[in-house]
Design a protein around this ligand. Structure first.
Ligand code: BTN
Length: 239
């Protein structure tokens, strides 16, 4: 995969969005500094140079559903962490957590119109961070904090891309094979969660993660509800 690296960008996701018309399919970009790193739901994503990896992958004319790419990248991050003997779980839809703390966030952004059809998969991994700002210190962790080891960001990046390529290739042949593996790492499956439903919040148990990446929930009135986006809260896990 073609790779572009910059010392400073506003956001690696924004760079790919702005250059979408001239980029080859399946390239990726990294930046040492992001001055306007973005998290989900208009949140800010802070990345500490040399400590956190900011990487975004560009998919021209996506062949899978957005949620399926979410599954592929989450699985690739889990496998990459396993290579370093770090066991993490996936908090649907897009967080990678260890012991209730977030080690990695994923931001997918797509454009599907007559002129453009692409998807951007943004990944922020806490690698060598030794501490976090007070506001997030109780809910964030890093590879360093898990293992007391300093890692090469470049090597982590290369490993992540290696697993992503492998999973992408497999999924284009037959996506469903990867769902079982994904479910093994899910920390929401069978759990009681709270989720947004219209303008209110509901509570229910996650019965299944469907092949399109959505959650099948049974609510307190015993109704089945399918959701394919939004935030969910687990009891005992950070908000
Ligand atoms: C989240 O958990 O809210 C998602 C965080 C995603 C952060 C990454 S860092 C690389 C890419 N560029 C961005 O501006 N955001 C994503």
């Amino acid at each position: 995969m073609k790779h572009f690296h910059f010392d400073t960008l506003t956001s690696t996701n924004d760079y790919l969005k702005e250059h979408a018309h001239e980029l080859p399919d399946l390239c990726y970009v990294t930046a040492t500094n992001q001055t306007n790193g973005k998290g989900r739901n208009q949140r800010v994503w802070l990345n500490e140079p040399q400590s956190s990896l900011a990487l975004s992958i560009f998919i021209q004319h996506p062949k899978l559903e957005m949620n399926q790419y979410s599954i592929l990248i989450a699985l690739s991050i889990i496998e990459m962490l396993q290579k370093y003997h770090i066991k993490a779980m996936i908090k649907w839809p897009n967080d990678i957590v260890i012991d209730k703390k977030k080690i990695c966030g994923i931001l997918l952004e797509g454009r599907y119109d007559t002129y453009q059809n692409f998807l951007i998969i943004g990944v922020g991994i806490n690698i060598n961070n030794q501490n976090f700002a007070d506001a997030i210190s109780k809910k964030a962790t890093s590879m360093f904090l898990q293992t007391n080891t300093i890692y090469s960001l470049k090597e982590v990046e290369k490993n992540l891309i290696k697993y992503f390529k492998k999973n992408l290739k497999k999924s284009l042949q037959y996506f469903n094979n990867q769902m079982q593996t994904y479910k093994n790492y899910s920390c929401v499956l069978n759990q009681i969660i709270t989720f947004d439903y219209g303008n209110s919040k509901k509570t229910g148990q996650v019965k299944e993660i469907l092949d399109d990446g959505s959650l099948l929930i049974v609510d307190e009135e015993n109704h089945e509800i399918k959701i394919n986006y939004g935030e969910v809260t687990l009891q005992n896990l950070y908000d």
